[in-house]
Design a protein around this ligand. Structure first.
Ligand code: JD8
Length: 386
């Protein structure tokens, strides 16, 4: 990934030489370039600001230096960069933002100061960059550099090879939409305080359940905004049940919602699920074993299976887009695998070759590539039955 940062205080970005980000730069995993905006001024005082039209306190950053700086970058060929302009009025930075930016090849950060940057710079940049104004949070800073540092760290650590054990990424706060569970290390006793017994039990199922409960309790206490009825969909409270005619309407809605993302990721409108109708879906219930999952009455997930030779062919693994990142997909996969008839000796499925989220989930579940999928730009994945 290439990252360019433009600022009148380039030294503010020096921390990017340190720690894992610094190592990733030295290892060639990250190409970070910091530019001084004043390089793009031509007057003796290297002026970057002026008084605001319409009056008011403070100064505004002039458009010309920014125009020259961004033009100089944008002409450096493909791919189309994302221009991230930190600002208190921007979209809130979330783990979802970080994941989206981590899928891009080139990010440019415009770090403003004073009262902000002349608005025409945003319009000018939009001709050649995907412009996103991003806020670190609902408080006021003096400039965009601190936000740029935070966004770069949140994005770079998601890139392959930047942090040692990528596995730990899956278990983090916000990664599954919940806050992290409490962590402990040696000694087992400290100042008369003990580590919870379950963590010393070696019972991984019990440990996973305890950690999930801690996540839900902590989230409900500290961030109830992250939880609402159906969103609290705790796999322990959910059940996979056979789909019936009464589910077809919601199932069609879920199908179209889920395959919108896949269509965009794989840049195609040729996926059969995108063309399902009420009638074709109702008919499919007769020839496949389709299951649904409801949380607080809402149909939140579904999957289906059919026996194909010695394999249990798993299809249409769907989790409502707003409930993704909570481990529901992993749970659903385990549930639909459990529906396999005795004669099935393996599980098989396919997904989009650019569906990075699903590919990560299937890999974590033990599936491995087994050739091309049945449609263009799809890959087949297979897992032997234990
Ligand atoms: C960029 C100039 C200062 C902001 C007048 C104070 C982000 N979460 C956040 N809070 N503040 C910023 C931020 C502040 C910035 C700039 C980001 C450029 N300022 C301005 C408007 C009010 N001064 C931010 N991300």
């Amino acid at each position: 990934m290439r990252i360019d940062v433009v600022s009148i205080f380039p030294d503010y970005l020096a921390p990017l030489d340190l720690s894992l980000i610094g190592k990733a730069r030295r290892d060639g995993l990250l190409d970070i370039r910091v530019h001084d905006l004043r390089v793009f001024t031509h007057d003796r005082h290297r002026t970057v600001d002026d008084t605001p039209y319409g009056g008011g306190a403070g100064m505004v950053m002039k458009p010309e230096p920014w125009g020259e700086a961004l033009d100089a970058l944008a002409t450096q060929g493909d791919p189309r960069p994302v221009l991230i302009v930190p600002g208190p009025g921007g979209e809130p930075l979330t783990q979802r933002t970080a994941r989206e930016l981590a899928d891009r090849e080139w990010l440019v950060f415009a770090c403003g100061r004073y009262e902000g940057i002349d608005e025409r710079v945003y319009e000018h940049a939009a001709d050649r960059m995907d412009v996103r104004v991003v806020s670190l949070g609902d408080y006021v800073l003096n400039g965009g550099e601190v936000a740029a540092l935070a966004i770069i760290e949140a994005v770079a650590r998601l890139l392959p090879g930047v942090i040692g054990n990528a596995a730990s990424l899956d278990e983090e706060s916000h990664e599954d939409g919940l806050l992290e569970y409490p962590v402990y290390t040696k000694p087992a006793q400290w100042q008369g305080r003990a580590v919870p017994d379950v963590l010393l039990s070696g019972d991984h199922g019990a440990i996973a359940r305890w950690r999930r409960e801690q996540q839900l309790h902590r989230t409900a206490r500290r961030r109830p905004d992250l939880l609402h009825a159906s969103a609290a969909a705790d796999p322990d409270d959910l059940a996979l049940v056979p789909a019936g005619p009464g589910d077809v309407g919601e199932l069609l809605t879920l199908t179209h919602a889920c395959w919108l993302t896949t269509g965009i990721e794989n840049d195609t409108l040729q996926i059969p699920a995108q063309h399902e109708t009420y009638e074709s879906l109702a008919a499919s219930l007769q020839i496949t074993s389709t299951y649904v999952v409801r949380s607080h009455g809402r149909l939140v997930a579904s999957a289906r299976g059919r026996l194909d030779g010695d394999a249990w062919e798993i299809e249409r693994v769907m989790v409502a887009p707003d409930l993704r990142g909570r481990g529901l997909g992993q749970w659903l996969l385990e549930q639909i695998e459990a529906q396999a008839p005795a004669e099935a000796t393996a599980y098989s499925l396919f997904t989009g070759e650019r569906s990075l989220g699903p590919l990560r989930m299937y890999r974590r579940a033990g599936y491995r590539r087994a050739g091309q999928g049945p449609f263009g730009r799809t890959v087949r994945l297979r897992k032997p039955r234990a």
